[in-house]
Design a binder for this molecule. Structure first.
Ligand code: FHN
Length: 448
């Protein structure tokens, strides 16, 4: 469907072949690291001695912290434990091909050197360093792509920027601070667009992704079009579907769930937390297991999507050990089995085959909650079908409706050949008695 945008975006004008070329690295990548990091890592979920419910990066809003008090956190922010080399190396070790970091979240604090607004990590903190610059340098050295998240539609500390609280926001639970009064357009022209310009010009070949958030009502077609004009200057850029103004962007962004059918015909990326917060909370230890993380990645790949998995560094810039440990374990699986993930196409057996993930609405949060129930998944390449087995079926793997002729079979981890029989449209593969890998063992079918 063609939408009559005030300014045409790249997606409106490019050919399908140009689009494929622009999206190629992203589709190949399948796995990226999200980083939510900012001043909110100082309170880390606690304000005035009280543990504040909700996600960590929302503490200013959830605890009704006055603008001046929140801004004062900057003078304490000195994350000398931040090490760009180690974070990029951690992403690589996990098998991740790209990183997307919060350059400015809803709190309005810029995690980069900004001349457009002084409330930033270089000008307003004793740290005086630009972590985005350090990450860009390391990403260039280590061959990882880098993208910037930018909250264009909400800025709780810039006058006018909080005027557009996201739909569903209840003013009764949020103390409105006079300092938040102002014009959204002024915020957009004096802060958001100048900062986006800085982000797009000051980091050499990066960012390759701009990740917008929560467009709400503020991002009208006209306002969004002003940002599109800027984005259009960077014809290789990939940007998500959260700009606003009916711009579709490049990618669907399901949050905290895996759409059971994927998004046929659209690029998509599930972003998820490892525990229950994006920004660091000192007492949130509800971490998913490595098994769940790996299986999520497989499930997403089997439906043609990418997995953007979040870490939340603390106020020293240190990545929580529970996150490091899990990413290293995921990386162990990926170093053996990555071939079944990178550059793959969706399953040939239909998104529901191998069963049984479903989405329900979580009564408390009203958010979709994804209920996994695992047996196996499958991913595809031109001459191969991968079957990632979660629940070992005994000595025979039976696949119904195999649309291709199988010419060989082996275990990816050991390259050990497996015997198989193709009868009619099904195929039976003889397996060893026990799983090779309790998380997921991969059977490769060579196909014609
Ligand atoms: O409100 C934000 C939230 O803090 C977080 O950044 C997520 C990540 O996708 N986006 C928004 C909620 O949709």
């Amino acid at each position: 469907a063609t939408v009559n945008h005030p300014v045409k975006a790249i997606q409106d004008t490019e050919t399908p072949a140009q689009r494929d070329a622009r999206m190629a690295w992203w589709r190949e990548a399948r796995f990226g690291m999200f980083i939510h990091w900012g001043l909110y890592s100082i309170p880390a979920g606690t304000w005035d001695g009280k543990q504040i419910p909700g996600i960590g990066e929302w503490i200013m809003n959830n605890a009704s912290i006055p603008v001046a008090d929140y801004k004062a956190l900057a003078s304490q922010f000195n994350p000398t434990g931040f090490n760009a080399h180690d974070i990029v190396a951690l992403a690589k070790a996990a098998g991740m091909k790209y990183i997307v970091i919060t350059s400015k979240h809803h709190d309005g604090f810029a995690m980069f050197d900004s001349k457009a607004d002084p409330f930033n990590i270089v000008a307003a903190t004793p740290f005086h360093r630009d972590p985005l610059k350090e990450l860009a340098e390391e990403c260039r050295k280590q061959g990882v792509k880098l993208g910037f998240y930018y909250s264009q539609s909400q800025d709780w500390t810039a006058p006018g920027g909080g005027a557009a609280m996201r739909p569903g926001h209840d003013p009764k639970t949020h103390h409105w601070d006079k300092a938040q009064d102002g014009s959204f357009d002024e915020y957009l022209h004096k802060k958001a667009i100048p900062q986006l310009t800085e982000l797009l010009t000051n980091y050499k070949q990066y960012p390759v992704v701009v990740w917008f958030d929560t467009p709400g009502d503020a991002m009208t077609p006209e306002r969004s079009a002003e940002i599109v004009k800027l984005l259009n200057k960077y014809p290789n850029l990939i940007w998500n579907n959260r700009l606003g103004g009916k711009y579709q962007g490049d990618t669907e962004t399901p949050e905290q769930f895996i759409p059971p059918q994927g998004y046929p015909g659209r690029d998509w990326e599930s972003c998820m937390t490892m525990n229950d917060t994006w920004g660091y909370k000192s007492y949130d230890n509800n971490f998913k297991s490595t098994e769940t993380l790996v299986r999520n990645l497989i499930d997403i790949a089997s439906k043609g999507g990418n997995y953007l998995l979040n870490i939340g560094p603390d106020s020293h810039g240190v990545v929580p050990p529970a996150e490091v440990e899990r990413l290293q374990q995921v990386g162990k699986w990926m170093s053996v089995n990555g071939e079944a993930i990178y550059g793959t196409s969706p399953t040939l057996f239909g998104p529901e085959a191998g069963s049984f993930s479903k989405t329900e609405i979580n009564e408390k949060t009203k958010q979709p909650k994804w209920i996994p129930s695992w047996e196996w998944r499958s991913t595809t390449k031109a001459d191969k079908v991968y079957v990632e087995i979660f629940k070992w079926p005994g000595t025979t793997l039976h696949l119904d409706k195999m649309p291709r002729k199988v010419t060989g079979a082996y275990l990816l981890a050991t390259k050990k050949p497996l015997t198989f029989k193709q009868n009619g449209d099904g195929v039976d593969v003889t397996l060893p008695a026990n799983a090779i890998d309790p998380i997921a063992s991969v059977v490769v079918l060579k196909t014609k």
